[in-house]
Design a protein around this ligand. Sequence first.
Ligand code: NI
Length: 170
Amino acid sequence: MALLEIKKYPDKILRKKALPVKDTQDEALQQLIDNMVETMYDAPGMGLAAPQVGVSLRLCVIDITSGKEPENLYVLINPEIVETSGGEETAEEGCLSIPGYYYEVKRAAQLVVSYTDRDGKKTQLKADGLLSRAIQHEIDHLNALLFIDRIGSVKKDMFKRKYKKELARA
Ligand code: NI
């Protein structure tokens, strides 16, 4: 296994819509999954989408316990939200591609997501709370969206100015 480089905003790959995975049993894909899980736990983070490591495929890994309870690890291949419910909830989010910035984001409280697991089995998952939020955040990445696109234009402009200054200093 190997740690992967996490692409940071404004890397262009984060703005590219990811393509569906065709062969879930492909050896390179399975290795990518292992490396993404390792990279997520090392960061540490609660989720990582393939575009964040430079691979434009519809694949993400999520563990809201950041590895404390490995049975909470989900590998979602070609995920699709099929249903949302319970209204909306607002909570603070961050992103490994935009380190150090946290903003409140409104998300659907509950959802059902259909996906293919790493064994190639089609399945569904019902989620609420933090898991629901993490799934929506990661699927956004597959659709070239970032959480800063969901915080309103005033906050987003402030973020951009601050981030630019920080990049200039680095
Ligand atoms: Ni993110």
